[in-house]
Design a binder for this molecule. Sequence first.
Ligand SMILES: CC(C)(COP(=O)(O)OP(=O)(O)OC[C@H]1O[C@@H](n2cnc3c(N)ncnc32)[C@H](O)[C@@H]1OP(=O)(O)O)[C@@H](O)C(=O)NCCC(=O)NCCS
Length: 154
Amino acid sequence: MPTHIRTMHEDDAEAVSKLIRRSFQQCIADTYTERGIKHFMKITSKQAMLRRKRKNQLILVAESDAAIAGLVAVRNGNHLNLLFVAPEFHRRGIGTLLFQDALARMKTAIPDLSVVTVNSSAYALPFYTKLGFRAKSSAYFRKGMKITPMELLL
Ligand SMILES: CC(C)(COP(=O)(O)OP(=O)(O)OC[C@H]1O[C@@H](n2cnc3c(N)ncnc32)[C@H](O)[C@@H]1OP(=O)(O)O)[C@@H](O)C(=O)NCCC(=O)NCCS
């Protein structure tokens, strides 16, 4: 089924928050501490997604058969802040599609863009490695969240 990428609308916020949390519970939660899980829930609530949108953060959703299948959010022009695909849609190229669309928009906004960064979950390391990202350090805990800082040099 074809996948369409578009910007997130305010009335997508609830569905997007639920999708992120479902994917998080299945793939990431067991690598975070209790504090990390609490913090993650706070920054991905419906209200938090609306605040991001109202601050003009770039948030794209992937729509497949009229359902939201994934999303990517970009902070500060070149940092992948959230990239989540619903578990039932994994390994169908949707994460790659979201990244490619976000990258094209980042390059339009900053024509001499030279680097894209992300704090990868343990789960997403092979995904970002496949896209060409390299780890800048080994994994560590920040606010209870296990992350590996990575960068893609353009
Ligand atoms: C990481 C994530 C966004 C990838 O989305 P996706 O749509 O499944 O990724 P794609 O189908 O585009 O995968 C592209 C390639 O990445 C690699 N890859 C993706 N998921 C992988 C996995 N679980 N294990 C190993 N390699 C993986 C593969 O090389 C894959 O190509 P292939 O399927 O042809 O072998 C998705 O797994 C997800 O939402 N994970 C949970 C949330 C998360 O960790 N997000 C990142 C937060 S920083």
